[in-house]
Design a protein around this ligand. Sequence first.
Ligand SMILES: Nc1ncnc2c1ncn2[C@@H]1O[C@H](COP(=O)(O)OP(=O)(O)OP(=O)(O)O)[C@@H](O)[C@H]1O
Ligand SMILES: [Mg+2]
Length: 393
Amino acid sequence: MRIIFFAGKGGVGKTSTAAATGIKAAERGNRTVIMSLDVAHSLSDIFDTEKALINQSKGQPAQVGENLWIQELDIQEEIEKNWGDIHKYLSTLLNTSGLDEILAEELAVLPGMEEVSLLLHINRYARNNRFDVVLLDCAPTGESLRFISIPTTLEWYINKLFKIEKTIVKYARPVAKRFYDVPLPGDAYFDAIERLFEKLRGVDALLTDPEKTTVRLVTNPEKIVLKETQRAFMYFSLYKMHIDAIIMNRMLPDALTEPYFQNWQKSQKRYVKEAEAYFQPVPLLPVNLFKGEILGFDNLKTLGDRIYGKRNPLDRFFDGTPYEFEKIDGKYQLRMKLPFIDKRDVAMHKIADELIVRIGGFKRSVLLPRQVAALDSLKATLKGQYLLIDFDE
Ligand SMILES: Nc1ncnc2c1ncn2[C@@H]1O[C@H](COP(=O)(O)OP(=O)(O)OP(=O)(O)O)[C@@H](O)[C@H]1O
Ligand SMILES: [Mg+2]
């Protein structure tokens, strides 16, 4: 099964590009589902799907074309289905602590529940082979970043804390009952967590396997959007997910000669150059600004043609990771693959949280994680095709 994430800042074109990719993938005979957590449910809107069809589907895949489905998760229903007992325990707990019952129920929705529900679906499709392709129309960057950290965090919780907690509660319950009003979680709570974890097993391996899963970052040629794209690039890399393309959406066409737009055209060109320095060797796929909103099957299909041309949208457009961070004996190291370099050519500058590496006329810029950005000393060594940069205080 092939999985592609479409991530990026709010409004950059994630839903449109995911939908366009879906059409191209389905055209080639792949059973394709486009999934979204968007509460505004814009997928069905841009496909112009009849509301009746979506209402009927109730969070299940709704067919919108040959080999093509869209699935908009209904978060309330997901919570009841997957989180019933956990949610019940948490709301009782909050309610006991004096909160109004309705408020307690609302607050007992843990951050990440929605995202985990999405992971559950992905994992099920990977196991039951219902689809060949799953495309994810992600929430705006901030939230989708939280989402990718969940499998790792959950694994840690289950392995490190869960078993201890379960044992403590088992022995503590008779004693605790006499002293505290707060209810301790019952068997149903622990069973529910275990069931959930079983359903999620393997999803982290799936998401970090570049043969199966890649991320396409959607961006626009504008300063603030690009900065956020850089940040997303770093986080996805930290979680060892593979970014295989940057979709540079909303480029003004060169044919546009109206003087009014000349400044825009100039600054867009400048930002495209910058983006190349940030993301190389991951390819940039430019897409023109359309004459109007992109609505309906035919417009989306045209968008798909503009993004991919004759290419297969399911190909991996880039193999490998341009850089990786590692912590070795408590020290941070950045590993960058730069073939054909000579150490004499390398110059580095750190400006705030950004590291700029110049090699001859070539510039590569990397946004640093917070802990790493705080370190001042840099040392570069060359090892085969890799430039290793050690950070120290
Ligand atoms: N290349 C383009 N040309 C013209 N209009 C575009 C282009 N790309 C996207 N749009 C329009 O911009 C709007 C936002 O696009 P879209 O909904 O795909 O963004 P999004 O990243 O999913 O937004 P959100 O973060 O709100 O989910 C839509 O009206 C869409 O039709
Ligand atoms: Mg959207």
